[in-house]
Design a protein around this ligand. Sequence first.
Ligand code: MG
Length: 228
Amino acid sequence: MKDDVTPARAGDSGGRWAPGTHILWRYRENGGTGVHICRPVTVVRDTAELLAVWMAPGTPCVRPVLADGTPVHREPLVTRYRKPRTVCTVPWAGTGLLKLARPGDPWSVWLFWEQGWRFKNWYVNLEEPRLRWSGGVDSEDHFLDISVLPDRSWSWLDEDEFEAAQTAGLMGREKAAAVREAGRAALELITEWGPPFSGGWEDFRPDPSWTIPSLPDDWGRAPGGAAP
Ligand code: MG
C-alpha cells in the first residue's frame, strides 16, 4: 500500500483506524473468490460499536461490468448474472456517500444526499458481515436491499435482482431465506429506530481537509495481515 493509505497498525489507538485514515471497502464476486467492487474510503469513526466511512465524490472505484462493456444495470435480468464479467475503474459519480456498519450485522447502512446536502435516504445493503483486515473491510453483497426515506417509511429494493441471482444459481434457497430474515431483522431495527439510524448521521459533513483517497495498484489483493 502507498504511504498515504497506510492503515493504523494493531496497537495504535487501541487497534482502531484513526479518523481520516484511508481504507478499502470491498465486495467479493458472488460465486467467486476475487474482488469485484473496491471503494477507497476515509474513516470517520471506528469504535467497537460502529465503523463509519466517507466515500468522497470523484473517488476512483472498481466495479463490475459485462465482458462486452455493457453496464451491469443495463443488461436484462435474465442474462445479468449469467454472462462473463470483468471490472473497470470509474470515478464515483454524484454526491458522496456515508457508510455505517456495526460489526457482525449482515448489512451496512448507507446515507445519500442531494446536491446541497439535502438528505435523501438511508439504504440498507444486505451483505455478509464484514471481514476486517489490515487494509480495510471485505464483504459479499446479498442482492436484496431496503430503502428508508426521511419520514422513516421503508421499502424493499432490488427484489428482482435477488430473484434473478437465485435463478442463476448464485444463491441457494437456504441462503436466500437467511438473507430475507436478515432483512426482516433490519426492518425491526428501523421500526424501533435503533442504531445507526438514530445516530443523527444525516447531519454528517466530511472534514474539509480530507483528500480524495487513491486506488492502490494492488486493490484486489487477498486480505493479508492482521486486522488492526
Ligand atoms: Mg445490495
